[in-house]
Design a protein around this ligand. Structure first.
Ligand SMILES: [Cu+2]
Length: 318
């Protein structure tokens, strides 16, 4: 920290878990403190001079002063030096933030309404969770499958827009174990505020073990694979599978084989074909009481075997 001790700063700001976070905090503290000092000089000076040069009587005449070169030079030059220093300081930090490390652990991140998907090089996929080893350069290669999102980790002081149709990137090197928030900071639709993720910083051993554990996914039985996909694709954000509680979409608990009333009043039996249609073309048969256009289509986002896995899983909630 610059002038504020780090113990105090921890209370003002989220835990700083990278070197860059400390640098950002130093610059921020400098700005905050110089602003306070400038404010005190301006407001204090104004009150002092208003009192000192107060008109004492109706006949009092003020001195005729046109200018003062020395004073004018000072109040122009000192702020100029401070502003240029802040610019240079900020530029150096920005340069560090944007210079991608050459030998980093690379993770693909996809923003979608309303979840963060991550994909590791080994093929492991997660939703709303990124696990990384401590003291390791990590580079995120990011894009969006629908609208603009923005990836933000307050504890790392890094933020980057995530844009459909192109890649943007971010890097960090976490130096503190823990669980940190991932926020979306670009309004992206009704559930924007619920677009939350966690970033776990763990030891290298724990990371390796976790990655190996997750890699076993492809050999899982269909229904178990479906259960994972249901999480990864963030279906669980809008559909309850543990009970009949209604979220943004209807609960899918004990749904298989049930007769469902749809918006136009007709009935449909929930079988494999209806489930498939509802995943790929969600607006085809909207359940009565729900509005269309909320669920995005998963056309092109799920392979045939992934579809089968999810449907087999949904049959087991029965
Ligand atoms: Cu978003």
């Amino acid at each position: 920290m610059f002038w504020i001790s780090s113990a105090h700063a921890e209370k003002l700001m989220p835990t700083a878990a990278t070197d860059i976070a400390h640098q950002v905090d130093s610059l921020y503290s400098f700005l905050l403190i110089t602003s306070f000092i400038a404010c005190a000089i301006l407001i204090g000076g104004m009150i002092f001079f208003a009192q000192k040069y107060k008109r004492r009587s109706v006949h009092a005449k003020s001195a005729y002063i046109t200018h003062n070169v020395f004073l004018e030079f000072l109040w122009s030059f000192i702020p100029l030096v401070i502003f240029l220093a802040v610019f240079a300081w900020g530029w150096l930090i920005f340069h560090d933030m944007r210079k991608m490390p050459a030998d980093a652990l690379e993770i693909h991140v996809r923003g979608k309404q309303w979840a963060w998907e991550a994909e590791y090089k080994s093929g492991v996929k997660t939703a709303n969770l990124i696990k990384v080893p401590i003291n390791k350069d990590v580079k995120l290669i990011m894009t969006s499958t629908d609208v603009l999102h923005s990836f933000y980790v307050p504890s790392f002081r890094i933020k980057q827009d995530v844009i459909p149709g192109r890649y943007t990137s971010l890097w960090f090197n976490a130096n503190k174990f823990g669980e940190y928030h991932i926020f979306c900071t670009e309004y992206c639709g009704t559930q924007h505020s619920g677009m939350l993720g966690k970033l776990h910083v763990v030891s290298q051993e724990e990371y390796d073990q976790w990655l190996e554990e997750e890699s076993k996914f492809s050999t899982l039985p269909l229904a178990q694979k479906g259960e994972k996909l249901f999480q990864i694709k963030a279906c669980s954000g809008c559909h309850s599978v543990a009970d009949k509680s209604v979220k943004a979409g209807p609960a899918l608990y004990q749904k298989f084989g049930v007769e469902e009333e749809i918006a136009d009043g007709s009935k449909v039996t929930v079988d494999e074909a209806y489930m498939r249609e509802s995943i790929l073309n969600p607006n085809a048969k909207i359940v009565k009481g729900f509005s269309g256009g909320v669920m995005p289509t998963f056309q092109g986002q799920l392979s045939e075997d992934e579809l089968a896995a999810i449907i087999e899983y949904l049959k087991t909630t029965k």
